[in-house]
Design a protein around this ligand. Structure first.
Ligand code: MF3
Ligand code: CO
Ligand code: CO
Length: 293
């Protein structure tokens, strides 16, 4: 097959010269194809095209809707397993699947982490009480695509220090997202988050990181919430990943409870987390699980 010359008639049949018609689009498609190959070979990262991103966005809309409805449920006296029941039923009703359920043996449909629990809390008969802070982490699989987001809610009135922690954790996510654009690096994201947390006397959990998401629940790359400017993989259009900083009021050290899932702060201090799924685009960043930060 002969290559189409720039001055040849466009193969699409428009009658225009190739250079005035499909040439640029074809070149862009070809360079994205090469980039996909390189990122997969080098890092195991599967870049997403526009159609994939639209599908992840659809799953993301359902995640955000779920979080909105969960927020209405959160009151003193509610059991964490009632949140799980709601998430399971709402997700199934919307022809989707709650990704945590049976994931590596996780027994419930959503992670609910209270106070000193950092993440991966298992819903159960614990009753939320006034003054608690509670993270609800929802991951939904819709039409084969995953989106992942979480929020930390305050139960009734909470202490000033709890309020401050929740605010800083939310700002940390915002600062991380602000770094996302082609040409920036994974390290830039962690750097911005760590700086904001530590400037405010808080600490960043190291062991749990953000992650690629979309085709699977957890894909490469890892996205640490600490790091150095300019370090790590260069962000390119088509990368889709989560940013989900876990911020502690005390030390950054954690331990895992005997249930083998619940991660808690070692010193028992409060921990808060916010998570979004984001896509790197040619123009910058698109949030696929949008809620106000
Ligand atoms: N949703 C969590 C995350 O942000 C992962 C939970 S894994 C589970 O990556 F098994 F605990 F559900
Ligand atoms: Co999550
Ligand atoms: Co996640």
């Amino acid at each position: 097959m002969k290559k189409v010359g720039r001055n040849d008639p466009c193969p699409c049949g428009s009658g225009l010269k190739y250079k005035k018609c499909c040439m640029l689009k074809d070149q862009q498609r070809e360079s994205f194809r090469r980039l996909k190959e390189i990122y997969f070979k080098r890092y195991g990262i599967r870049l997403k095209d526009r159609e994939d991103i639209e599908k992840i966005k659809e799953a993301g809309k359902l995640v955000v809707k779920t979080l909105e409805l969960v927020e209405e449920l959160i009151k003193p006296g509610i059991k964490t397993e009632e949140i799980d029941k709601f998430v399971y039923e709402f997700t199934i009703k919307n022809n989707a699947y709650p990704a945590p359920l049976n994931y590596n043996g996780f027994p419930k449909s959503v992670c609910v982490s209270v106070n000193e629990e950092v993440c991966h809390g298992i819903p159960g008969d614990r009753v939320l009480k006034e003054g608690d802070i509670v993270n609800v982490d929802v991951t939904t699989k819709l039409n084969g695509y995953y989106a992942d987001a979480s929020k930390t809610f305050c139960v009734g009135e909470v202490s000033e220090e709890a309020k401050r922690l929740v605010k800083i954790a939310k700002e940390c996510l915002k600062k991380g997202i602000e770094q996302v654009a082609p040409g920036k690096t994974i390290g830039d994201i962690g750097w911005a988050i760590q700086r904001h947390a530590e400037r405010n006397g808080c600490s960043v959990v190291r062991e749990m990181v953000g992650h690629g998401v979309g085709f699977e629940f957890h894909e490469p790359p890892q996205v640490p919430h600490f790091g150095k400017k300019g370090h790590g993989i260069i962000l390119v259009p088509g990368m889709v990943f989560t940013i989900e900083p876990m911020i502690n009021l005390g030390g950054r050290e954690i331990k895992i409870l005997p249930d083998k899932w619940t991660v808690v702060t070692k010193d028992g201090s409060l921990s808060a987390q916010f998570e979004q799924t984001v896509a790197v685009t040619t123009r910058g960043c698109e949030i696929l699980t949008p809620y106000e930060l």
